[in-house]
Design a protein around this ligand. Structure first.
Ligand code: E4P
Length: 217
């Protein structure tokens, strides 16, 4: 499973990238707002730092304006992945942007039929929003499972990018169901390493090691 980080906070991205944990980054207009920076500047800085795809989202809702924005975002760096919303204009833009040789992430997916359409439009990634479905008492993981079945039935190459991840358990469940990628907020990504028995075991080993009076090397 690939790990993307879901943030536009350059400092957080640098820390996780230095740990060797990142395969890519996803941003959205709300995350750009939170970063306080200009979309072009923030995206450029992230793209220079991270080798993998960096999703930057168009904000137009009409096809030709989407294409104008997509081309402007694509100029920022080779690893910009254009994010388009799951609408009819978004799907049309998806096909056109793919034919220009760019990666496309189709976002705001809440149903298996939407995911089917995105795959048929040639999307590189489909982003089902797990947490937002869970918020409405709908099982977000069931959607991952449905999309996995449909994509496998027809050998679609579109990668399932589990998004709107809120907990470490979401990451585990998405991995068990065969999502190709999870885009995870920085705090949740770091929380994956945590286990109380790891902390307790390490404490005991270090206490015993101190008693040996030895030093390695
Ligand atoms: C995905 O690419 C989105 O940026 C993101 O996962 C949305 O998550 P949220 O529901 O926590 O805002």
């Amino acid at each position: 499973m690939k790990f993307f980080v879901d943030t536009a906070d350059v400092k957080e991205i640098r820390e996780l990238n230095d740990l060797g944990l990142l395969d890519g980054v996803t941003t959205n207009p709300s995350l750009i707002l939170k970063s306080g920076g200009k979309i072009e500047d923030v995206t450029r800085e992230i793209c220079e730092m991270v080798d993998g795809p960096v999703s930057a989202e168009v904000t137009a809702t009409e096809y030709s304006e989407m294409m104008r924005e997509a081309r402007a975002l694509a100029k920022i760096a080779d690893n910009v992945c254009i994010k388009v919303p799951l609408t009819l204009d978004g799907l049309k833009a998806c096909r056109a942007i793919r034919s220009e040789g760019r990666l496309v992430n189709v976002t705001l997916c809440f149903s298996a039929n939407q995911a089917l359409l995105a795959a048929k439009a040639g999307a590189s990634f489909i982003s089902p929003f797990i947490g937002r479905l869970d918020d409405m008492n709908i099982d977000g993981m069931e959607l991952i499972s449905e999309i996995r079945t449909i994509y496998d039935n027809y050998d679609f190459n579109t990668e399932i990018l589990a998004a709107s991840i809120r907990t470490a358990n979401h990451v585990k469940q998405a991995a068990m169901l065969g999502a190709d990628v999870a885009t995870v907020p920085p705090a949740t990504l770091k929380a994956l390493v945590k286990h109380p028995l790891t902390d307790k075991g390490l404490e005991a080993f270090l206490a015993d090691w101190a008693k040996t009076g030895q030093k390695i090397g």
